[in-house]
Design a protein around this ligand. Structure first.
Ligand code: HEC
Length: 160
């Protein structure tokens, strides 16, 4: 019995490791967007888990900064320049989702723009009363909304 088991154990382990590595490598190659910083990102962020974890995530640059800092708390050997490179790569390739201000419901606006439920409801109410928003200036007319906040999020807004 032991004569059969002994050679099999390690072989199976090696094989399954190779398979896991292959699956991870193929998934990463297929889906991570190319661009400056990709190698740094893969090397640093692939230490504990596959770097493809970030796929499907949408964050602003400052949100990515927080996430990266949180992840690298114990990795004190990562150069600050590399940390910046990673943040830039993520911010560029995994940006927040755009939101269509003429179609979205209040809940979606609240999440996408980080505004209060009250402001989101006010925007929807205004739209129902006055018709579609044509531009960011229309949006700033909604009573009570924070114009500075809207301005800061202007790249996320779609009006079509
Ligand atoms: C020291 C190990 C370690 C390193 C290095 C690391 N992570 Fe993580 N990461 C984790 C662990 C553990 C989890 C799962 C638990 C959790 O969600 O905090 C995780 C989960 C995640 C998640 C999914 C859950 C969430 O919080 O959104 C993302 C995205 C992520 N990591 C991004 C990154 C990025 C980007 C880097 C490189 C800057 C990185 N990680 C480097 C340990 C690490």
């Amino acid at each position: 019995m032991t004569a059969i088991k002994a050679p099999r154990g390690p072989a199976v382990v090696i094989l399954s490791r190779a398979a896991l590595f292959l699956v991870a490598a193929v998934a990463a190659a297929q889906t991570l967007p190319d661009g400056p910083g990709k190698d740094t990102f893969e090397n640093v962020c692939g230490v504990c888990h596959s770097p493809v974890t970030v796929i499907g995530q949408h964050k602003t640059k400052s949100e990515w900064k927080s996430k990266v800092n949180e992840m690298l708390q114990q990795q004190t050997d990562v150069a600050p320049a590399d940390v910046d490179t990673i943040i830039d790569y993520l911010a560029k390739n995994f940006p927040p989702e755009k939101i269509n201000i003429n179609k979205a419901d209040a809940g979606a606006m609240e999440t996408a723009l980080g505004i209060s439920a009250k402001d989101a409801a006010a925007i929807v109410e205004y739209r129902q009363a006055n018709g579609n928003f044509k531009s960011i200036d229309d949006l700033k007319k909604v009573p009570g909304v924070d114009a500075a906040k809207i301005e800061a999020d202007k790249d996320l807004l779609e009006f079509e």
